[in-house]
Write a protein that binds this ligand. Sequence first.
Ligand SMILES: [Zn+2]
Length: 141
Amino acid sequence: MESSIHPDRTVPTLNWHAMKSRRTPPITYQLIIDVSQPLTCVVGRLGEFAFPAGRYVYTGSARRALEARVARHCSKGGKTLRWHIDYLLEAPGASVVEVVRSVRAECVLNKGVGGSVLIAGFGASDCRAGCGSHLKYLGRC
Ligand SMILES: [Zn+2]
């Protein structure tokens, strides 16, 4: 009778610890943003937009210094408005409530988010995957 146990068989040695994803630094992040009241703000060269209250998800990437980028997004006041998301996050009533880090590609993550695109081109200046926007509106929560 054949046994499923082969004690004398050499098991290939794999360094499982090295294979764990925690050894791969995250390159992308998602900001879960709550807008507590409807607001209107200028988003750089895109123009002025109205943001309904509710929950948003912004997907971005930083191949270097991701934590510094995330910390920057979570801080309020006094920063130079550089990215589209800066304009929204500086507006009163908008705040980051959660940050998700990932090793997956920015556009893959973004496409996995449901919701709707309110502002075409938001955060997607460098997007070559046809996302339409890297800010998605999930509606009221
Ligand atoms: Zn994209």
